[in-house]
Design a protein around this ligand. Structure first.
Ligand code: ADP
Ligand code: GN1
Ligand code: MG
Length: 359
């Protein structure tokens, strides 16, 4: 605790902090909230996983560009209460937006008061979330190419993720290959069909746009009335294919079970959540999407679920080197849960595709 308070001391803060508590349940960084003298929370402190985000200066520069860009647009649109509608990171005493203590990298942002995140949403919240992500993408659409650094190269490139998977199979570093052969076969059987974006991009038929690339349900802050305040967790904002963002929301928001549900029977598609999200998203994104992107939106859900299946299994085969795990077989449990959800999405594909015909 003393150490964490010393770290906070390195930042330019207005309020005294007496203690910090763990917060959130991300798989990569460590998130904590601060508690002041009267029990109030003013700041979020995060330890950045620099094994994954190896260029922390670039990471914070990207986030600064994105948050400043959104802030400017909100001000121009006459919005009020701006500090609750876009994240605000606070500089360290040397002016940098992070602090290195010799071992770890840290950053601090303002805690947004009277906000809530959810692991599950109802259709009304899903509709609001759809509008929020469409608005987020449209606000960032005019950031010129090359301004944001590609913080994790090939992050949502399916061909690249499959290549990493194949390397993990070949190395079999943790000796776990034999027990997951059924999953390996299922992944291989779908590989070609899941790489159409890369193919379309090479043919010049699909362009890259700035995406959030981690649009899990719990990366949106809602106010007490269920309206979206802002989109958070901006580490992976970068150019990519537009399906990433609708895809990751379908993967997390439309699943009636948990991402790592041990009981596969819990895992089904909630179609109402998909329809509500898509309606909201189309309201704010329709103007910049091409007809072929619109048609592919349900495919985006399958793609991101498949990609997550591949990424969790790759990590399991590698001996759990990437994601935080909470039990020895956690990555395998996550893989099985994601694969079950993929099968459920495949069964619902005709219904989801038919829904898109109205747009
Ligand atoms: P990660 O998912 O990588 O751990 P996040 O940035 O998503 O990190 O933060 C984790 C959780 O902390 C969020 O789901 C949200 O509940 C909460 N949170 C993060 N930033 C803020 C903020 N500025 N104000 C209020 N709550 C926040
Ligand atoms: C990670 O940090 P967190 O939990 O928001 C991962 C995402 C995955 C997600 C799966 C940098 O996100 O890409 O989709 O876990 N982030 C990174 O839940 O790899
Ligand atoms: Mg998060």
């Amino acid at each position: 605790m003393e150490k964490l308070l010393t770290i906070l001391d390195q930042f330019q803060l207005d309020e005294k902090v007496v203690t910090v508590e763990p917060f959130g349940n991300g798989h990569i960084n460590d998130t904590l909230k601060t508690i002041g003298v009267h029990g109030e929370t003013k700041y979020i402190l995060q330890r950045i996983n620099h094994h994954i985000f190896t260029d922390v200066a670039l990471l914070q520069q990207n986030i600064d560009i994105v948050t400043s860009h959104i802030r400017k647009k909100l001000i121009a649109a006459g919005e009020t209460d701006i500090d609750r509608k876009v994240l605000k990171f606070l500089p360290a005493k040397d002016g940098k937006l992070f602090y290195f203590d010799g071992e770890s990298y840290w950053r601090v942002c303002l805690f947004i008061p009277d906000s809530k995140t959810y692991e599950e949403v109802n259709p009304a919240f899903s509709y609001e979330a759809g509008k929020a992500f469409g608005r987020f993408q449209s606000m960032l659409a005019d950031i010129p190419d090359g301004v944001l650094g590609e913080i994790i190269p090939n992050f949502h490139n399916m061909e690249f993720r499959l290549q990493q998977f194949r390397e993990a199979l070949a190395a079999n570093a943790a000796g776990r290959l034999a027990e997951v052969q059924d999953l390996v076969d299922a992944i291989n059987a779908r590989a070609e069909a899941m790489c159409i974006q890369e193919e379309l991009f090479r043919e010049g038929k699909l362009k890259k746009r700035i995406n959030h690339c981690d649009t899990k349900v719990n990366n949106i802050l809602f106010d007490e009335d269920g309206k979206v305040l802002c989109v958070i967790d901006l580490d992976t904002v970068m150019p990519g294919f537009v399906l990433s963002d609708i895809g990751d929301f379908i993967r997390t928001g439309c699943n009636t079970g948990a991402e790592d549900d041990a009981n596969l029977a819990n895992i089904k598609v909630n179609i109402e959540i998909f329809e509500a999200y898509t309606r909201g998203y189309m309201e704010t994104a329709k103007d910049f999407l091409t007809p072929s992107e619109i048609k592919l939106l349900p495919y985006g859900g399958r793609l991101l679920t498949y990609m997550q299946t591949v990424r969790f299994l790759t990590d399991y085969l590698n001996g759990d080197t990437y994601y935080k795990i909470h039990s020895p077989q956690h990555n395998l449990q996550r893989t099985r849960a994601q694969f079950k959800f993929l099968q459920e999405l495949e069964a619902k594909a005709p219904e989801m595709d038919a829904f898109m015909a109205q747009f």
